[in-house]
Design a protein. Structure first.
Length: 321
């Protein structure tokens, strides 16, 4: 079974369309879709004009950049499965989950069951009526931490709009190889690797991607960084940190060979080589509640395997000082 994901299409408004309404321009730019579907997606906040959500009656001037998110078709084959979920928050509109390492988000090829979606459907079968069971952003299989789930369609659309307007704040802890001199920002577009379609890469043909980072802890040959996402591209932190020369420890795709500090003892060597997933944790998530508009924030503690590795690296750093 192959699971479809949302598709993002981009186009530019021709100057000849100056003065036309957005809904009519969409029909010209995206003729493969019906006017009814395009108008619904416009109403649902799935259309951006120069990174802003327009209304149906807004008019264009020509030259604007249009981004259209075509939502995935709902999959009715997903089955509920009992699962011990760690919930950080629950109300009628939201579930906030602390995802463990090793848990795939959606069923797909090679993972037909045992995913977070299967567990969510067992917890609340009403989620079966929502695209992707209400999940509006993703975490990789081995990335841990905070994930938001909408429990109804108005909440889902509200969260999609917040993500599109970049008002959702996401903070990650990343244990990297190497020692950055200072924090900074990475503003590099990310796209699919043309030589390996399973990987992403920095590319002039990619979509805009911005990651801000600062140093939380320094070790002898590694550093714990705090990364703030301004955009949410696939594998964004992993790709950006590799691009600047500080790949995530344990990353099987982008990490490269593990780097050992000089005069490493057996404890440190075994801890580094035994960490078999990317050391990335989604620690904080902040957004406006989709119903009340209240600013809310949730935190998930660093998982024990990553926290233990940081303690070992700190003990080693202090011992060698």
């Amino acid at each position: 079974m192959v699971v479809e994901s949302d598709k993002t299409l981009n186009s530019q408004v021709p100057n000849t369309c100056s003065g036309m309404r957005v809904d009519k321009v969409l029909a010209l730019l995206f003729p493969d879709y019906s006017r009814t579907a395009l108008q619904k997606w416009l109403k649902d906040g799935l259309v951006l004009v120069d990174d802003e959500i327009p209304s149906q009656r807004d008019k264009v001037q020509g030259g604007e950049q249009i981004e259209l998110v075509v939502p995935a078709e709902q999959n009715t084959d997903w089955q509920p499965e009992p699962m011990a979920l760690v919930l950080l928050h629950e109300d009628e509109d939201l579930l906030i989950v602390d995802k463990p390492a090793g848990l795939v988000i959606h069923p797909g090829a090679g993972n037909p069951d045992g995913t977070l979606v299967n567990g969510l459907l067992h917890y609340d079968l009403r989620l079966a009526g929502l695209p992707r069971a209400g999940i509006v952003h993703r975490l990789d299989k081995d990335t841990t931490g905070v994930l938001a789930v909408a429990r109804n369609e108005p909440a889902r659309l509200n969260l999609i709009r917040q993500l599109a307007k970049r008002t959702v704040r996401r903070s990650y802890l990343a244990l990297v190889q190497g020692l950055p001199v200072s924090g900074g920002s990475i503003d590099e577009p990310i796209g699919r690797d043309q030589h390996d379609r399973r990987r992403m890469t920095v590319s002039t043909y990619g979509k805009p991607a911005i990651t801000h980072y600062r140093i939380e802890q320094r070790f002898r040959s590694h550093a714990l960084l705090r990364c703030e996402l301004e955009t949410g591209r696939t594998h964004q932190i992993r790709v950006h940190l590799r691009h600047i020369g500080y790949p995530l420890l344990g990353d099987p795709v982008y990490g490269g060979r593990s780097r050992l500090p000089p005069r490493t003892d057996d404890t440190v060597r075994m801890a580094l080589r035994g960490f078999s997933r990317q050391a990335l944790h989604a620690e904080k998530l902040a957004l406006k509640h989709p119903n009340t508009g209240q600013e809310m924030e949730w935190m998930a503690p660093m998982p024990e395997d990553m926290a233990k590795l940081c303690r070992i690296l700190m003990d080693d750093t202090e011992k060698m000082a």
